[in-house]
Every structure is written in structure tokens, then in C-alpha cells.
Design a protein around this ligand. Structure first.
Ligand SMILES: *Cc1c(COP(=O)(O)O)cnc(C)c1O
Length: 433
């Protein structure tokens, strides 16, 4: 698959790329609304065709008819582990190392607590947690709360300063693998190795990585990881997230939310807590079965790529899509004050492209949405004294094609060239951007 200047600048060339795409058929797994080009699968993945019937079955049969028997007969009880085993295949984990449960924020609280407990025992003089200033805010808020409760210091650095921040006072490095705002991707293997060489534990958030880019937690020897179920895993709004602990750490500490689902024998109903071995102790209370049922369908859409080359094949297509988008924006939308926040280097890019603009980014995104091209807006952070807002476009190779990219850029070109975005209805902010 090539995306060189000469052969992809026409709509026909994009159609040819789709015709040659071995992953093209995977799109049939989804209910994509008519007339929509969906470039926001990094925020909320698309509805899998199987999900409505699966959730209906869980409601009418398993709940309606099976009632409480379904905890056993419908396999409700071990859904977090069974779904965890599916996720494990996408992130370089082994069966039994992952559970699907709770939210990313909650899981981060659990693993950060465990990592800080390990550090407190092995290296009590280390009192600092390091993260990136541009990390997703909930990650920073959870870290801030934990540092406050434990008398630790949270140090936030720019990505280029991470290496020099790995000092002897640091206990834990917590990073998000692919940055939500810029799409920049860390080298997990190298950063983890640098942290370990400095005696620091590495905790990775895979919210924008799982199902989007190849990840190998075990080969990177990461310490803990969490990730999101409703983004590239297509699990539906508020889908359960996941959590992974390196097997060498999993049994060392209780996670702080020591509820009965993480107990070694929950139905023994003993008054004292005995943590289950392994990752099961990272469960807390009764699980949301309907949501897990929908997530199961989402995971199957990603696993359907396994016989076609799996994450490596999805990654190759994702890079071809984002390369094409960048190239077409630069060719066709030149002169409209757009910048590129996403790295051009393949090994530093996730599965999204973020464009910057000093004025009107929110309204441009709204005008695109009115045309059926759904991306999203993220406020700029005012770094380097410049305020540049972000137009964010996520590319899920399971259902986005090359012709979609061509049309999306053509809509963007028209919105900019006509000044359509200046219309008042595109300039009123909604609660969720
Ligand atoms: C999307 C995302 C989250 C979401 O957390 P929730 O608990 O599901 O609200 C957390 N961290 C990162 C890095 C994200 O991209």
C-alpha cells in the first residue's frame, strides 16, 4: 500500500486503494450511519452489528428468563476474565493477566496505588511521581489525589524532558502511550527500560493504543497498565475499561479497592479479606453485565483482524490512512493557517491526526459535523505562549477507508474556503466537545 504524492491525490486513486485493501471487509462488522464519515473512533468507537442483538439477549434471555441462575449458566461471573483474555491478545499480555472492569480512571487509581506501595517498600526514600504535563487530565487528577494522600510530589514534565526527570527521588513514572491531544506516541520499550535503569516503576495508560497500535506489555516489561473499552475497542459508551499487572507484581499488594469480587473466595462470605491470586484481585464489586456483553462484541470486531494479520495489519493501514490525510490536507487546504500537531515519523504517531489553528477550530469542527464528517475539538494548552486549538481526527482502520479520507479533506477544504464555519450556529459551545 503506497501513499506517494502521485498516486493518491485523486479520488479514483483512493478508491483503488480501498479496492486493494485486504482489511476492507472488516467494515461490514459495523452499523455506520448513512452519510457519516466517522473520524472519532478514538473517543467513542462505532456500534458493532452484533451488539444490539447480544445486549437484547442478555436482557431478555439471560436476565429475563435465567434470572440469578445466569451468573453461572450464562457465564456472567467470569466475563471480566474472559474479556480480559481477548484484550490480552491485543496488548502483548498472556491469558489470565488482564481483567475488563471499572473505568480507566478507577483502574489507574488501583495500579498507581499498587505501584506506589511497591516503591514504598523497595525504595522508601523515593517520594516523587512523574508524568507528562499534557497527559489526559483524569490521569493527572488521580495521580494528584494519590500524591496528596501519601505526602508525595507530582512532577509534570514535557515529553522531551522525561529522560532527565528520571532521578533517584522518583518512585513511579506514569505515562499515556499515545497522547490524546497530539497523537504522539512514546517508545514504550525504551522509556520503560530507561525508567527501570533508574530504579523507577513504569505505569502505562493504553487508552489511545489498545486496538489502535501494536503494544507488547510483556516484551516491554512494563509494570502496570490500564486502558479504555469504548475507544478503539468499540465497547460502547462508558464500556468497562481494563487493567493489567505484570505477573511479578500482581500478587504483591492488595489493590486499594479491596471489594468482594477481588476476594479469593467471594462466596465463602468470610468477614476478612483474602485477595484472589493474580489479576482477579483487581476486580472490586459486582460487574456491569450488560455493558460487558456489549464490550464483548466490540472486542470481537478487533479480533476479527487476527486472521488477516492482526494488529500489524491494522497498524499498516492506519499509518497509510493518516499519511494520506496529512498529505491531502497539506495539498488541498494550504493557506488556511492549519498546522500539524501530530508527529510525521511513523514510530512516533498513534492512529490520529491533530491539526492546529489559532482561530475558529471549534467552529470548523462543528461545520464539519454538520456535513457528516465527525471529528472533535480539543482546547489548546497555550504552550510556548501560543494558543493553538486542535482539530482532532481519529482513524480506525477497521471501518475507515481511503475514499473516506479523501471526502473528509474535501469537506474541510470547502468549510475553510467558503468561511462556512463563521456561521453563528457553529460557534455556540456544547457541554461535550
Ligand atoms: C479516554 C481516556 C481516559 C478516560 O477515562 P474514564 O475513566 O473512562 O473517563 C483516561 N485516560 C486517558 C489517557 C484517556 O485517553
Amino acid at each position: 500500500m503506497t501513499t506517494s504524492m502521485t498516486d493518491t491525490t485523486t479520488l479514483q486513486a483512493c478508491r483503488d486503494l480501498d479496492a486493494q485493501d485486504p482489511l476492507r471487509g472488516l467494515r461490514e462488522q459495523f452499523n455506520l450511519p448513512e452519510g457519516v464519515i466517522y473520524l472519532d473512533g478514538n473517543s467513542l468507537g462505532v456500534l458493532p452489528r452484533t451488539a444490539a442483538a447480544r445486549v437484547a439477549e442478555a436482557v431478555t434471555q439471560e436476565w429475563g428468563q435465567g434470572l440469578i441462575r445466569s451468573w453461572n449458566s450464562a457465564g456472567w461471573f467470569d466475563l471480566p476474565q474472559r474479556l480480559g483474555d481477548k484484550i490480552a491478545q491485543l496488548i502483548g499480555a498472556r491469558p489470565g493477566e488482564v481483567v475488563a472492569t471499572d473505568s480507566t480512571s478507577i483502574n489507574l487509581y488501583k495500579v498507581l496505588s499498587a505501584a506506589l506501595n511497591i516503591a514504598a517498600q523497595d525504595a522508601p526514600e523515593r517520594k516523587v511521581l512523574v508524568s507528562e504535563r499534557s497527559n489526559f487530565p483524569t490521569d493527572l487528577y488521580i495521580a494528584e489525589g494519590l500524591c496528596k494522600a501519601r505526602g508525595l510530589r507530582l512532577v509534570l514534565v514535557e515529553p522531551e524532558d522525561i529522560a532527565s526527570a528520571l532521578t533517584p527521588e522518583v518512585a513511579v513514572l506514569m505515562l499515556t502511550h499515545v497522547n490524546y491531544r497530539t497523537g504522539a506516541m512514546h517508545d514504550m520499550q525504551a522509556v520503560t527500560a530507561a525508567a527501570h535503569a533508574a530504579g523507577i516503576l513504569a505505569v502505562w495508560d493504553l487508552a489511545h493504543s489498545a486496538g489502535a497500535v501494536p503494544v507488547d506489555l510483556n516484551s516491554a516489561q512494563a509494570d502496570f497498565s490500564v486502558g479504555c473499552g469504548y475507544k478503539y475497542l468499540n465497547g460502547g459508551p462508558g464500556a468497562p475499561a481494563f487493567v493489567w499487572a505484570n505477573p511479578k507484581h500482581a500478587d504483591r499488594f492488595w489493590q486499594p479497592l479491596s471489594g468482594w469480587w477481588g476476594h479469593a473466595a467471594p462466596f465463602a462470605f468470610t468477614p476478612d479479606y483474602q485477595p484472589a491470586p493474580g489479576i482477579t484481585r483487581y476486580l472490586c464489586g459486582t460487574q456491569p453485565i450488560l455493558s460487558l456483553s456489549a464490550l464483548d462484541c466490540g472486542l470481537d470486531t478487533v479480533l476479527a483482524a487476527q486472521p488477516l494479520g492482526g494488529m500489524a495489519a491494522l497498524r499498516a493501514k492506519s499509518l497509510a490512512l493518516t499519511d494520506l490525510f496529512i498529505q491531502l490536507v497539506e495539498e488541498r487546504c494550504a493557506g488556511h493557517d492549519l498546522g500539524l500537531a501530530t508527529p510525521r515519523a511513523h514510530d512516533k504517531r498513534g492512529s490520529q491526526v491533530c491539526l492546529t489553528r489559532s482561530e475558529g477550530a471549534y467552529a470548523i469542527v462543528q461545520a464539519l459535523i454538520a456535513r457528516g464528517v465527525i471529528g472533535d475539538f480539543r482546547a489548546g494548552d497555550g504552550a510556548a505562549g501560543k494558543h493553538l486549538d486542535i482539530l482532532r481526527f481519529g482513524f480506525t482502520p477497521l471501518y475507515i477507508g481511503f475514499e473516506d479520507v479523501w471526502h473528509a479533506v474535501e469537506h474541510l477544504r470547502q468549510v475553510l474556503a467558503t468561511g462556512e464555519w463563521r456561521q453563528p450556529q457553529f460557534n455556540q459551545k456544547n457541554a461535550v466537545t
